[in-house]
Write a protein that binds this ligand. Structure first.
Ligand SMILES: [Zn+2]
Length: 573
């Protein structure tokens, strides 16, 4: 009796058990955990606390599985009770930026032991992916983050395939991404956090915050994010002594004259989760602050996110449900945007004065921030977007069964579709890819296309048994449109999924086609007229026999119709 009282006092008094102390804490903030220590630690926590579970949720490119650690997860139904708000945190997408890994180890321990959050902890269901880029995490060293202040050793940015996983959420080249996406839909969080460390400019803040672009998130949730959630997140951090500014999206110069909000396309974590009405945040701890401070700031950031979510859970859940219904009524969908540089907000910025001084290395000048000259100043923050290209939302897309990778991706993303049971003729809207540009060097394993120009046409197609019919009015509406519309910022077309249609398969031999061309010009006077006009207008063309024959060929029935015909078709009611 006497012993048990003493024991319970000691548990309440200290919360953390000796075996719960993290490598970060043991090293007084100099070390970050290894992947293996991290998984072992959470396995131990799960044995110790019934509220914690650890689960493997799929493979990664490294050969090791991806883990998730769950707090307050309702195992009986495999889903959360509606009264809890679901928060998903992702760490070590860039293992050289591991503050969130160590912060989450302390956070889950302190949540489970009751040290933090008090009654709020009952209102949340938390899922933490403790170590996302396992392959990068195994490549530990002390030099790959040349501009960063600790920890002593850390992982590498590229994953086992040298991919930056924070560009992979649409193209899903990594197994890590496919495992993540599968779990993301199973958990369906209202709030998502991805923890990072910054690159770029110097300033006073230890923590900066990158929220998903409210305009791109759109709907009532976008407005709620901008007007309520983000301001109260900033206030909460400030109360705890971690004043933040919006992520400083500036490289190679100072932020003194203002900066633009980072635009998180769907290839990025928060841009992807925004497609499914999730409030997304990246914590960006400042690279030059000591690692110990960065971890504590990230720990507090995660607590503020959870508290803010728990305190407003009914409002967030109901706005999200409303937006998910509202989006089904959308008739026009904005695909591309540019920054509005005419109408910035104003923010108070706490920076350091900077100047150009003589370089001791290059003979030129260099930028130097003066830590002895801190300043506070109001600067413009360009956080508004203007839409460019948009599209009319179709009733459904038709996708021939040949494009199976697209359908695999749709399945992982819970997109609902049916297969045609019989061959059918259908009137559809199709696109010819009239023009596009392509990256000249590889980017994340691809040569992406951009500046895509489309020519819509109305045609009849032969749909075959087994081809796919994808209705647009469903929960994944935004994902479907963003990936299938070729002009989308991160469309499958852009990421080279449809490159085979960009190559001409048949050609002509001039000596044979000459005779056919002669006949075509007699049969089609309009073609002769247009050829003559082009010869008069364009001197090079007039001197190039091959080009003239090719012109006739392209404007005749001999030219293949599938060349540059985008093989996904749109139908309207
Ligand atoms: Zn990062």
């Amino acid at each position: 009796m006497f012993t048990s009282v003493l024991l319970s006092i000691s548990v309440i008094g200290s919360f953390a058990q000796p075996q719960d102390i993290t490598p970060f804490e043991r090293s007084d903030g100099h070390a970050t955990t290894t992947y293996f220590e991290c998984i072992e630690y959470f396995s131990q926590l799960a044995r110790q606390y019934p509220s914690i579970q650890i689960e493997e949720i799929g493979p990664t490119d490294s050969g090791y599985p991806l883990h998730v650690v769950l707090f307050n997860y309702d195992e009986r139904t495999g889903s959360q009770s509606e009264s809890k708000i679901k928060v998903l945190a992702l760490n070590a997408i860039h293992p050289g930026e591991p503050a969130g890994v160590d912060a989450s180890m302390m956070l889950l321990r302190d949540l489970a032991s009751g040290k933090i959050l008090g009654s709020y902890s009952r209102h949340i269901s938390l899922a933490v992916i403790p170590f996302y880029n396992v392959g990068g995490g195994l490549e530990r060293g002390s030099f790959s983050r040349a501009n960063q202040n600790g920890p002593d050793a850390y992982g590498f940015r590229g994953n086992a395939k040298n991919l930056d996983l924070n560009r992979d959420f649409i193209k899903m080249d990594a197994k890590n991404t496919r495992s993540f996406v599968h779990f993301y839909h199973r958990f369906d969080p209202e709030i998502f956090v991805d923890t990072h460390t910054s690159n770029g400019a110097d300033y006073q803040y230890t923590m900066t915050c990158l929220d998903t672009h409210p305009q791109k998130l759109g709907g009532s949730l976008g407005q709620y994010l901008k007007e309520k959630f983000t301001p109260s997140l900033f206030e909460s951090m400030e109360r705890k002594g971690y004043e933040m500014c919006p992520f400083v999206n500036v490289y190679g110069k100072t932020p003194d004259n203002g900066y633009t909000q980072f635009f998180d396309y769907p290839r990025f974590s928060t841009g992807y989760t925004a497609l499914f009405q999730t409030l997304g945040f990246m914590s960006e701890a400042h690279m030059l602050k000591p690692f110990k401070d960065r971890v504590h700031a990230t720990y507090q950031f995660l607590i503020s996110i959870i508290e803010n979510g728990a305190a407003n859970k009914e409002e967030i859940i109901s706005i999200r449900e409303k937006d998910r219904l509202d989006i089904l009524e959308k008739e026009i969908y904005d695909l591309t945007w540019h920054q509005d540089l005419s109408d910035p907000d104003t923010i108070l910025f706490k920076g350091y004065e900077a100047s150009q001084i003589q370089s001791n290395v290059t003979g030129g000048t260099r930028l130097k921030y003066h830590h002895d000259k801190p300043y506070e100043s109001k600067i413009p923050y360009f956080n508004k977007l203007i839409p460019d290209a948009s599209t009319r939302v179709p009733e459904a897309y038709i996708i021939p069964q040949a494009w199976e990778k697209v359908m695999q991706y749709f399945s992982i993303n819970n997109i609902v579709y049916t297969k045609y049971q019989a061959d059918t003729l259908l009137d559809v809207e199709a696109y010819y890819i009239e023009d596009f540009k392509t990256y000249q060097s590889p980017y994340e394993g691809h040569y992406p296309h951009y500046n895509t120009v489309l020519k819509p046409i109305q045609i009849q197609i032969k749909v075959r048994r087994g081809d796919y019919h994808v209705p647009v009015k469903q929960k994944g509406l935004r994902y479907i449109i963003e990936t299938l519309e070729p002009q989308g910022e991160d469309s499958f077309f852009k990421w080279n999924f449809f490159d085979p249609v960009l190559q001409q398969k048949e050609h002509f031999s001039a000596y044979v086609f000459e005779k056919t061309a002669e006949r075509l010009l007699i049969e089609k006077p309009w073609l002769k007229d247009s050829l003559d006009q082009k010869v008069r207008r364009d001197k090079d063309f007039g001197n190039n026999s091959r080009a003239q024959l090719d012109y006739i060929y392209r404007n005749s029935e001999y030219f293949e119709k599938s060349y540059r015909l985008y093989p996904v078709f749109r139908i309207f009611e």
